[in-house]
Design a protein around this ligand. Structure first.
Ligand SMILES: *Cc1c(COP(=O)(O)O)cnc(C)c1O
Length: 425
């Protein structure tokens, strides 16, 4: 059930009118539903109940401390991609021993920070990274637990910018090189070979490619076992998509169904060939935890009729939500309240001085200047990708909990944007 619904003709987040939020806090503003967030996490947690499994939220999707705190309290671990993200986990009271560290370019400082907090695992993506990690851990008198991110070469059938498991991808170790890389890792004194992982892409509506990737990981675990290298966890990465409500788009696989199929395959394999040995299963969902829990609330500044197109110029822009400009992503935009205006076809654009600054194209809308619109399913890769381009302060963020609103990040002021700069004398 969506936590965003029209009540008396006005769109609400849970029990709070978005018109009231705009009046009190201004626009553009991200508005999240706490119930939606906890519900999404529960889909994973329920499917994992009674199993040796860990859900590590991929926090690059949305890293606000309040969101991390809510998820940490539900038992979530975190998938991080930088030292900065680890500091956010710590600031939010998350447990570093449930953190896994992904990414192709981990720096020495980031490795040190993560080792000093005894994180669960480094997801290593290359041989040079393995050597760097071995050196850093050795100098600290520690051992680094690692998993190799294997590139299973499965086509996830998603946008090329968010496909990450193909042969031409910068991510991971090639499937055919994986055994050699594991052998090299096992020979390093400060490396503890713990697991295997993959992450084949994002916004996957079908779990077939993920299950194919799972089969390939299992094949490697078996081959490693034959050589006496035993793995203790298998990490499926993230990638389950959400419903962006684009006409004709297939519905995403329900999270519970996908996890059920993963566990069924793993159970069958363990019973048949793995002698029932234990293996922890890790998931790294980002979008499917936060994507549909947030909207971007924006106000119409002007209606402009160009020679070929009608433009609806709003106060949110590509600096607030980059997905359309970056991936040509289709995002649903709807009015907060019905108005008497005549319906026309609009491109919804922001005030930024770039032709790429658009949020939605060719949408039929009945709007006039001053009206409020929302962009739905803006909770993932929205605020975390926001920039200050055009010296625009980033949007405020609010979480609604029933009838209560909490400001979880206030709007940035222009003075804050140049506070770190100085003149040369
Ligand atoms: C981005 C990312 C995720 C999360 O992907 P979603 O599609 O948002 O679920 C998980 N793991 C890694 C390594 C990532 O880079």
């Amino acid at each position: 059930m969506s936590q965003f619904s029209y009540q008396d003709g006005v769109l609400h987040a849970e029990g709070v009118s978005l018109a009231a939020i705009a009046a009190e806090h201004g626009t553009p503003t991200y508005v999240y539903s706490k119930a939606a967030l906890l519900g999404n996490f529960a889909s994973y947690a329920d499917a994992c109940r009674g199993r040796d499994a860990l859900v590590c939220y991929a926090m690059k999707a949305n890293s606000n401390l309040a969101i991390l705190d809510l998820l940490a309290r539900q038992g979530a671990g975190f998938d991080i991609v930088s030292g900065g993200e680890l500091q956010r986990v710590l600031a939010a009271g998350g447990d570093p021993r449930k953190v896994i560290f992904s990414g192709v370019g981990k720096s020495v400082d980031e490795m040190r920070l993560a080792l000093s907090h005894d994180i669960l695992c480094f997801n290593v993506e290359s041989i040079p990274e393995l050597h760097r990690l071995n050196d850093v851990a050795g100098a600290m008198g520690k051992t680094a637990r690692i998993s190799l991110r294997v590139n299973p070469n499965v086509d996830p059938k998603t946008h090329p910018y968010i496909a990450t498991g193909l042969k031409a991808s910068k991510f991971g170790v090639a499937f055919d090189d994986a055994l050699d890389t594991y052998r090299a890792a096992a020979a390093l004194p400060h490396i503890d070979v713990a697991g295997i992982d993959c992450h084949i892409g994002s916004q996957l509506l079908d779990d077939q490619p993920l299950l194919e990737a799972l089969d390939r990981l299992i094949e490697l675990i078996d081959r490693l076992g034959d050589e006496g290298i035993t793995l203790h966890h298998l990490d499926m990465g993230g990638g389950i998509g959400i419903d962006y409500r684009e006409a004709g788009e297939a519905a995403p696989v329900p999270v519970g169904d996908y996890l059920g199929r993963v566990f069924a395959r793993i159970d069958a394999w363990r019973a048949e060939r793995y002698a029932g040995r234990p293996i922890k299963v890790i998931f790294e969902p980002g979008r499917s935890i936060v994507g549909d829990t947030g909207v971007l609330l924006t106000r119409v500044e002007f209606i402009k009729h160009g020679e070929e197109k009608n433009f609806c110029i709003v106060d949110a822009a590509m600096n607030d939500m980059a997905r359309p400009a970056l991936y040509q992503a289709w995002m649903d935009m709807q009015p907060v309240a019905q108005t008497a205006a005549e319906s026309k076809t609009y491109d919804i654009v922001g005030p930024i001085c770039e032709s790429g600054d658009w949020l939605a194209r060719d949408r039929d809308l009945a709007v006039e200047a001053g009206d409020l619109l929302v962009m739905h399913s803006a909770g993932a890769y929205g605020m975390t990708m926001a920039s200050n381009y055009n010296t625009r302060g980033r949007a405020a963020e609010i979480i609604v909990d029933g009838a209560t609103t909490h400001v979880i990040r206030r709007r940035e002021t222009p003075a804050e944007l140049y506070a770190l700069e100085s003149l040369i004398n």
